[in-house]
Design a protein around this ligand. Structure first.
Ligand SMILES: [Zn+2]
Length: 443
């Protein structure tokens, strides 16, 4: 893969050291960072040198929960207005996912992944559904991930909301992809066992899923207590709250990601903490669906690892971070609350979640020996930029600036805002438009 020198930038390491290093250089060799030093000291020949003057060099962003398949819904107006979250699913998402064909899955992933590269998001944890095209769907997504060159963790969302054959396919698809990842470890790909949500899964199906995941040593990726209706259903049908039911059935654990957790009580928060289950906070989606907002400070205080996901609302993690801050202030009626806990979801929580999937790779930080996943953002700081002020620059400055360069495992996927991929972005969008027209006909 060769060597890449990024020189002259302000290097923000994040991670435990969390340093802000003006005029530093980063040397990447064979996919890893081999040196970080002051630019004048790191004058070494490299296959390529990138001039990072006027730029902040920082770790690529991680998205802890998204759905590539949502891409082709943009502009669709056929869904009837929803009176609540259940109707959002019934009127829109479950109609859309039933209409998806394999080619729609492939194209929606490619489009979403190019948008991720443009916004400096280098690792994505996806949750996929295409009930009438289940088998092979994760291989199609994996091919798109390989084509673009980012990292992704994939799963198929098992559910009983369709028929038994589709549920059986859902289990088989997760098993096949987990086995594929175990057989031929690809540094860019990881797998979890996908579950839709407690309210669309019977105990019997969950027991089958847990048996397979346990055999394969896999964790789960599941929507948890996104709306109050998930809790109402659980109490009515099973006599216990959602997190307790999932815990009893063996779904929780340090490899599991629970997306949302908007409607969890203190006992459930303690169960999430005790089992080491990570939570993916998705504030823009929660605002859009009017379901409430997760209490990130409460989750953090009780020891839950909380990351930040977008639920496909954007591939721009800094936009999601800003929304997370504003809604926290509004929910608490306090403009001074939750700053550090909210920033930590993106900067610390997502790195911790990625470390469970890519142990020791050092995703979400820049350190010697760690993966060379970096972004360069155009930025001339108008106020002092150091460790004590970085958060303010991230939220109010860097979030408004352009990502210039995106690098994954030492490979430059975009530089000078130009994609360096064997993909024609305009042609791809034209194909996606064509497919969406047909998809919307079937909707
Ligand atoms: Zn979701």
């Amino acid at each position: 893969m060769g060597s890449l020198l990024i020189a002259g930038g302000t290097v923000v390491t994040l991670g435990e050291a969390s340093r802000v290093l003006p005029d530093h250089a980063v040397l990447c060799e064979n996919g890893s960072i081999t040196r970080i030093a002051p630019s004048p000291e790191l004058h070494v020949p490299a296959d390529e040198t990138l001039d990072a003057r006027g730029k902040v060099v920082m770790p690529g962003f991680i998205n802890a929960h998204t759905h590539f398949y949502s891409t082709l819904v943009r502009g669709l107006t056929k869904a009837e207005p929803a009176a609540g979250f259940q109707e959002v699913l019934e009127h829109l998402w479950w109609r859309l996912d039933r209409a998806l064909e394999p080619e729609d899955c492939r194209l929606s992933a490619l489009v979403a992944l190019l948008e991720a590269v443009r916004h400096g998001t280098t690792t994505l944890i996806d949750h996929h559904a295409s009930p009438h095209a289940v088998r092979g769907s994760l291989d199609a997504l994996a091919a798109a991930v390989a084509r673009v060159g980012v990292r992704a963790c994939l799963c198929y969302e098992l559910s009983d909301r369709d028929d038994q054959a589709i549920a059986a396919d859902g289990i088989a698809e997760n098993v096949a992809f987990l086995e594929r990842c175990a057989r031929g470890p690809d540094p860019h790909l990881r797998a979890l066992f996908g579950l839709h949500a407690a309210f669309t899964l019977s105990d019997a199906t969950l027991e089958r899923a847990v048996a397979e995941a346990t055999r394969l040593g896999a964790g789960f990726h599941v929507h948890v207590a996104e709306a109050a209706t998930d809790q109402e259903h659980s109490l009515r049908e099973h006599g216990v709250r959602v997190v307790e039911r999932l815990n009893r059935l063996g779904v929780l654990g340090p490899k599991t990601i629970a997306a949302h957790c908007v409607h969890v009580d203190e006992r459930e928060i303690d169960l999430l903490a005790a089992t080491g289950t990570a939570v993916a906070h998705c504030p823009q989606s929660n605002l859009n669906n009017a379901v409430g907002v997760a209490d990130v400070p409460a989750l953090t205080r009780r020891g839950v690892v909380v990351g930040l996901g977008t639920d496909a609302m954007t591939e721009n993690m800094l936009e999601e971070l800003r929304a997370a801050l504003w809604v926290r202030h509004l929910a608490a009626g306090d403009p001074s609350t939750g700053w550090s806990e909210t920033l930590a979801t993106l900067l610390v929580g997502n790195a911790a979640i990625a470390d469970r999937l890519w142990p020791g790779a050092g995703l979400g930080e820049l350190r010697e020996g760690g993966a060379a996943d970096l972004v360069l953002i155009d930025y001339h700081a108008p106020t002092p930029l150091d460790e004590t002020t970085f958060g303010g620059h991230l939220v109010f400055g860097l979030s408004q600036a352009s990502v210039d360069t995106t690098i994954v495992a030492g490979r430059v996927l975009m530089a000078g805002k130009r994609l360096r991929l064997d993909l024609d972005e305009a042609a791809l969008a034209a194909q996606a438009r064509e497919r969406s027209r047909a998809l919307w006909e079937r909707f």
